[in-house]
Design a binder for this molecule. Structure first.
Ligand SMILES: NC(=O)c1ccc[n+]([C@@H]2O[C@H](COP(=O)([O-])OP(=O)(O)OC[C@H]3O[C@@H](n4cnc5c(N)ncnc54)[C@H](OP(=O)(O)O)[C@@H]3O)[C@@H](O)[C@H]2O)c1
Length: 289
């Protein structure tokens, strides 16, 4: 049974917003948030049934929603998706490149390379393919905003998270470069780096196998991240880090990687993590997803 929430403000009234990875977690909540702001949302991820459920939630208060099942790691499917959006809505105002998967494992693991290739295909090349398809549309319109999803580990890698952190760093570098290339144009580019968030992304990982800092960390809510994305587009913020604490880690790491490494190590300890503000009484696997 779907509970209809009312539409609220209209900061994005009739703006066409593509959200990849919209079937669950951060993407789903961000799609609902943009829709409540009056946007015409385009929901993208692989199976149509999960997207259909999110679309039904949105239709309660906003009829302008389009479902386009797409595997973002397939350039041909991404091309078709953008064609579909243009034939339905005629323009693209915001692209939120959010689709992604995760991989936890050490560099020495036998299947490391294979897993890194997979994650690069979805998280990094998915972002690149979608951007490359949407950019000419925005250039023709002389307006648009591209928001890319990275992570705190796209700034400072965590152990056992080398593959995922590499993909997040690659997205970070791609976005930084694109933003500068488009500087002075009417197209804005942003990136968001959230910390561990309450989604099912790492649900399959056993608590004892989580990257060490996550073993002492309370995940932040999807709502916090979704609001940061919508505000980031509205206020054109180039780089968003949520919440505040990772900035201290990044600052320490810029002074010395050894201090950064030490903080990463200490974060697995609940007492340190509480002092640092990243443990608030509940761990990732204590939430239901
Ligand atoms: N949760 C965290 O702690 C955290 C922190 C920082 C950044 N992030 C990033 O946030 C993004 C969203 O993740 P989440 O945490 O919300 O996890 P999630 O609930 O698992 O969402 C991942 C989304 O990506 C979609 N997806 C995966 N592979 C895809 C593909 N090949 N083509 C199209 N869509 C695909 C999934 O849909 P289908 O499987 O239905 O296709 C799903 O909608 C990811 O990029 C992740 O790296 C997450």
């Amino acid at each position: 049974m779907i509970k209809c929430k009312e539409a609220k403000k209209s900061n994005f009234k009739d703006k066409v917003v593509i959200i990849t990875g919209a079937s669950s977690g951060i993407g789903r909540t961000t799609a609902l948030e943009f829709a409540r702001e009056g946007a015409k949302t385009v929901l993208v991820s692989r199976p149509a049934d999960k997207l259909g459920g999110v679309a039904d939630e949105i239709r309660c208060f906003n009829p302008n929603v389009l479902v386009v099942p797409t595997d973002v790691s397939d350039a041909g499917q991404v091309h078709q998706m953008v064609k579909t959006v243009l034939s339905e809505f005629g323009r693209i105002d915001v692209l939120f490149n959010n689709a992604g998967s995760s991989y936890v494992g050490r560099v020495e693991d036998e299947n490391f390379i294979e897993n890194v290739k997979k994650i690069m295909d979805v998280d990094y090349f998915g972002t690149v393919y979608t951007t490359k398809e949407v950019l000419p549309v925005m250039q023709k319109q002389a307006s648009g905003h591209i928001m890319n999803m990275s992570s705190v580990v796209g700034k400072k890698a965590f152990p056992h998270f080398g593959g995922y952190s590499s993909a997040m760093h690659a997205i970070s570098a791609f976005t930084d470069s694109l933003r500068q290339e488009l500087s002075g144009s009417e197209i804005n580019v942003s990136i968001i780096h959230p910390t561990l968030t309450q989604t099912s992304l790492l649900e399959h990982v056993r608590p004892e196998d989580m990257p060490p800092p996550f073993r002492g960390m309370t995940p932040i809510s999807v709502e916090l991240v979704a609001k940061a994305v919508v505000n980031g587009v509205y206020y054109n913020q180039a780089r968003i880090i949520v919440p505040f604490q990772p900035r201290l880690l990044l600052l320490a790491d810029s002074i010395s990687p050894h201090i950064g490494d030490l903080i990463v190590k200490l974060l697995s300890n609940k007492v340190f993590s509480r002092l640092f503000g990243t443990y608030r009484g509940k761990l990732y696997h204590e939430y239901k997803y």
